[in-house]
Design a protein around this ligand. Structure first.
Ligand code: IDP
Ligand code: MG
Length: 162
């Protein structure tokens, strides 16, 4: 009898401690681009993330200025499509959001978003199901854990960890 109680404690205590230690949520940045807002697809897009089990940590409708877009798209400055991209991204409101999951949330979101070109994106992805032209591909998602932290710091500095 004494032995059975001891075994129960040895199993239960370490598991509950581990469970808490690994439950720190992992975040990524999502932007529903102006075409998504114009076409009334924001609810559809956010609904897909929510049905997947990702949780909204922040969301705000904003019109992005050139300076913010230059920071966000720093890696694309000087590329042939950069000016068209900034013109597109600043032509109307976007829905900037942070979603969180258990781990590698940026990767989960990118899989759901699909390839950059909606014409090449797999069916079942957001761009594959809903997009039909290149620059106007409905949604941005951070492309790594480091990008997610950098981009969250641009749009939601209060949520930023560092
Ligand atoms: P991503 O959004 O899939 O990460 P990136 O290569 O980071 O794709 O490009 C950022 C955005 O710039 C794309 O989502 C798209 O709107 C636009 N873009 C990228 N490459 C091109 C291009 O070759 N022509 C036109 N627009 C492009
Ligand atoms: Mg990118």
């Amino acid at each position: 009898m004494t032995f059975e109680i001891a075994v129960t404690f040895r199993i239960a205590v370490p598991f509950s401690i581990e469970g808490i230690a690994f439950q720190r949520m992992d975040r990524t940045l999502i932007i529903c681009k102006p075409d998504a807002v114009e076409r009334g697809l924001v609810g559809e897009i956010l609904g897909r993330f929510e049905r997947k089990g990702l949780k909204l940590a922040a969301a705000e409708l904003r019109v992005l200025d050139e300076e913010t877009l230059a920071r966000h798209y720093a890696e694309h400055q000087g590329k042939p499509f950069y000016n068209d991209l900034v013109a597109f991204m600043s032509r109307g409101p976007v829905l900037v959001a942070v979603v969180e999951g258990v781990s590698e949330t940026w990767r989960v979101a990118r899989q759901m978003i699909g390839a950059t070109d909606p014409l090449a994106a797999d069916p079942g992805t957001i761009r594959g199901d809903l997009g039909n032209q290149f620059t106007e591909n409905l949604i941005h998602g951070s492309d790594s854990g480091e990008s997610a932290e950098r981009e969250i710091a641009i749009f939601f500095p209060d949520l930023s960890r560092g």
